[in-house]
Every structure is written in structure tokens, then in C-alpha cells.
Design a protein around this ligand. Structure first.
Ligand SMILES: Nc1nc2c(ncn2[C@@H]2O[C@H](COP(=O)(O)OP(=O)(O)OP(=O)(O)O)[C@@H](O)[C@H]2O)c(=O)[nH]1
Ligand SMILES: [Mg+2]
Length: 427
């Protein structure tokens, strides 16, 4: 239970800043370069999703001790996994660039973060240019992911239809079998099929209908946010305004991954004080002078001295480098509920012998409609196996098929042996 099972994947063309983004929000040290295909094998990291921790509501912030992640002034940072993959180029679904290998790396992602170079200084293949329109990337990338899924399905379509008829399956069952390779539960297939309300049976679908099905599948299975990166570069402004207008503000986050990497490294090296995800950034003039004079930025591999001034500008104009907001926004697409298993429902401890163990030790992000019994299983399979009953704050009993929600998300389980089994069983 060290991190939630949720996986955010950074996608985008080469040189958009995917690896820089991963380095900016995790402790990863992925290789970054100003040439296409710096990344070939996927890089992994752990980012943090901020959510309001109940320790604040119960006046226990000083006792809050997350087992994983951290809690700062009542904001809980819950670990989520992140993946950075090789750049995607137009034609990838036909095997161009690193093509299908890249796409296969995405199969297990829960949400996609499309990192776009908003400065227009790289073309569709990630090569240096000027005045490129980044809104084009948003269109062709979606198209490539669509084609990857569509081609996989369409090349086998006659066989799929034959088996569908022979086994007298429902459309949902047949599609589920096809989409299970993308980690898709049947409920997901049922949901988008319901929305589509197709009149014809599966065996009568033509190519256009299968395209429509894939489109709906994509929306449901791979929610995507657009991360407009490199906002520290001059031409970004114009492109940002254009893209926001077209795609709506709720799908778009503005970032400077390089700016965040710079601030983090300067903080780590002790030259500035910087609180991640904020515009709180203290430095003394003399220190800046030292940084400039001695060229200490050599410790920032590839982060140049002038970035200092641009980072200042980004923080001044946008209030932060945007990378934390991007992580939050990505996870928000999944409508997760943070749930807190505790052993003692009165004092929220986990019943560990040490007095230092603190409250709200564990936080698990659950999908919408997760039942109390399913949550028990996520806490530990043994708790589910010996399930007795569950209670929330105030001794309120929860039914095993009740849905975990923000109003009952602090839960203790009693097993049939009669022992309280908060998170201790997970140790
Ligand atoms: N100015 C600026 N440059 C950035 C930013 N993010 C990344 N870069 C630069 O863009 C170049 C490409 O960055 P990477 O992180 O390697 O890009 P990538 O998308 O992982 O590229 P591939 O691995 O080739 O697919 C590097 O020179 C980075 O320093 C940013 O926010 N601002
Ligand atoms: Mg990379």
C-alpha cells in the first residue's frame, strides 16, 4: 500500500518536456535532452496528489503521521504513480518513430497527461523550429492513440463478429473481451455503450460505427488533460490563449517543468527556500549574485542561468510553475475519493504500539462507487476474508454494500474474530 494504484502517464511528441515534467514532480532523474527520442524506455516516479486531510477538521494536524506521502497544514499529499514514455510522432500507430512499442507502454495508465510544447519552438517530430502551432499536436496525438486502438480492433473484426455470433454474446461482453488488454473492467464498457445507445447489433456495425465506439472507449478509459508546458518561453502566451479558447480552461493546465526543476534543485542545494507548488520563493540578492558569478547552475544540468529570471516571471504571472496543479487536475479526472482506514474510530490511530505512530496513518484513493466491502479488500485481503462489519465516525454502522463517499471515508473494520482490524493487518 505504498502508493495508490493509480497511474498517470505523460504522453506527447519528442522534446515536449515529458521527462522534465516527471523530474519536476517526482524524485525521478530521467534523462532530459534538447533532441528527439531522449527517452526510449519508460521512466517511473511517484508524484503526490493533494487533498484535504481530516486531521485538520478534527484538530489533530500535529499528530498526523502519514505512512506514505506527507501532510502539511492539513493538506495530505497522497502518492500516485507516474510514467514518462518515449515521444510519439505522427504515424506512430503505423509504427513510425518508436510507434507501437510506445503505445503499448500506455495500456495500464488510468489517466493521460498530454505534455505540449506551448512555445512553438519544436515541430511535430520534436525538432527545433520557430512559430509551430502547438494546437496541431493536440489533434494528431489523439488521432494516433485512436488509430492504435482502432487498428488493433479492425484488423480482427471479421473474426470478432464470427465469435460474437457463435457464442451468442452481448455487445458489451464481446467488446469487454477485446478491451480487457487495456485493463478495462466490464462496467467501463457498459457505461460508454449505454451512453452511445447504438440501435444496430454488433454484427451490423460498419467501420464508421467502430470508429465511434473507439472514440467513446478512449474518452471513458483514458481521460486526458492538456499540459501546456514551456510557458516561460516568449511565444507561449499567444498559443496558450488560442488553445484555452478552443479546448476550454478545465482541460488545460499551464506549466514550466524546467522552472520547477530549477527551483527544486536550487532549494535542495540550499541557495533558495522554495515550497513546492507555490510562488513562495525566498532568495537573498547576494545569493543570486553568487549563483550568477560562480555559475553554480552547473549542478542543474542543462538549466541555464537566465532561467532564474524567467522562473521569476512565471511565478509572478501565474502564481506557480503549475506542475502540482497538473498532477491534481489529472487525478481529479478519475473522481477518486480519499479513504482513511483506522483501527480506532474514536482517536483515528492505527493501534500501533508506538506512541509516535500518530493518526490517519493510511490514505487510499478509491474509485467512485467503491463499496465498503471492496474497500476492506483494498486495505488488506484478510480483512475482507474475515469481514465482520464496518463503522465510521460517531460509531455509525456501514453496510458492506454502502458506497465509500466523502462523508463516510474514515472507516474501521471489525473482523468475525471480533478484533478491530484497521490498518494493522497490513503491516
Ligand atoms: N524553456 C523550457 N524548456 C523546457 C521545459 N521543459 C522541458 N524543457 C526543455 O525541453 C527539452 C526537452 O525536454 P525533455 O524533458 O527531454 O523532453 P521529452 O518530452 O521527454 O523528450 P523525448 O524523451 O525526446 O520524448 C530539454 O532541453 C528541456 O530542458 C520548460 O518548461 N521550459
Ligand atoms: Mg523524455
Amino acid at each position: 500500500m505504498s502508493t495508490s494504484d493509480f497511474l498517470i502517464a505523460c504522453v506527447g511528441k519528442p522534446s515536449a518536456g515529458k521527462s522534465s515534467f516527471l523530474n519536476a514532480v517526482t524524485d525521478a532523474t530521467a534523462k532530459v535532452g534538447n533532441y528527439p527520442f531522449t527517452t526510449i524506455k519508460p521512466n517511473h516516479g511517484v508524484a503526490y496528489y493533494p487533498t484535504a486531510c481530516p486531521c485538520k477538521r478534527f484538530g489533530k494536524t500535529d499528530q498526523c503521521r502519514p505512512r506514505y506521502g506527507r501532510c502539511m497544514d492539513g493538506t495530505r499529499y497522497v502518492p500516485v504513480r507516474m510514467l514518462d514514455v518515449a515521444g510519439l510522432v505522427p504515424g506512430a500507430s503505423e509504427g513510425l518513430g518508436l510507434g507501437n512499442q510506445f503505445l503499448d507502454d500506455l495500456r495500464t495508465a488510468d489517466v493521460l497527461m498530454h505534455v505540449v510544447d506551448a512555445s512553438g519552438t519544436t515541430d511535430a517530430n520534436g525538432k527545433a523550429t520557430k512559430g509551430y502551432d502547438p494546437s496541431r499536436d493536440i489533434e494528431w496525438l489523439r488521432q494516433e492513440i485512436h488509430s492504435w486502438i482502432f487498428n488493433n480492433l479492425w484488423k480482427r473484426w471479421p473474426g470478432i463478429v464470427r465469435r460474437h455470433l457463435a457464442t451468442k454474446s452481448t455487445s458489451i461482453e464481446t467488446l469487454h473481451a477485446q478491451f480487457s488488454g487495456y485493463g478495462t473492467p466490464q462496467t467501463v464498457v457498459a457505461r460508454f455503450m449505454d451512453r452511445m445507445a447504438l440501435a444496430e447489433p454488433l454484427d451490423a456495425w460498419d467501420e464508421a460505427t467502430v470508429h465511434q465506439v473507439v472514440d467513446h472507449f478512449l474518452d471513458e478509459r483514458f481521460p486526458t488533460i492538456i499540459v501546456l508546458n514551456k510557458i516561460d518561453l516568449p511565444d507561449a502566451d499567444l498559443n496558450v490563449a488560442k488553445i484555452m479558447k478552443k479546448y476550454g480552461e478545465d482541460k488545460v493546465v499551464l506549466t514550466s517543468a524546467l522552472g520547477e526543476c530549477f527551483l527544486r534543485k536550487m532549494h535542495k542545494a540550499g541557495y533558495i527556500r522554495y515550497r513546492e507548488g507555490t510562488d513562495e520563493y525566498d532568495t537573498k540578492d547576494e545569493l543570486v549574485c553568487i549563483i550568477f558569478r560562480v555559475g553554480l547552475c552547473s549542478l542543474c544540468d542543462g538549466v541555464h542561468l537566465t532561467d532564474h529570471t524567467r522562473v521569476d516571471l512565471v511565478l509572478y504571472r501565474y502564481g506557480s510553475t503549475g506542475v502540482q496543479e497538473a498532477v491534481q487536475h489529472a487525478v481529479d479526472q478519475l473522481h477518486v475519493i480519499p479513504a482513511y482506514p483506522v483501527r480506532n474510530i474514536n482517536n483515528f490511530t492505527s493501534g500501533e504500539p508506538s506512541r509516535q505512530s500518530g493518526v490517519f496513518r493510511d490514505c487510499i484513493l478509491v474509485r467512485p462507487n467503491t463499496t465498503v466491502r471492496q474497500f476492506a479488500r483494498l486495505v488488506h485481503p484478510d480483512i475482507e476474508r474475515h469481514y465482520g462489519h464496518a463503522e465510521t465516525v460517531g460509531g455509525l454502522q456501514l453496510g458492506e454494500s454502502d458506497t465509500v463517499s466523502t462523508s463516510n471515508n474514515i472507516i474501521t473494520f471489525k473482523t468475525v474474530q471480533g478484533t478491530g482490524t484497521g490498518t494493522n493487518a497490513t503491516n
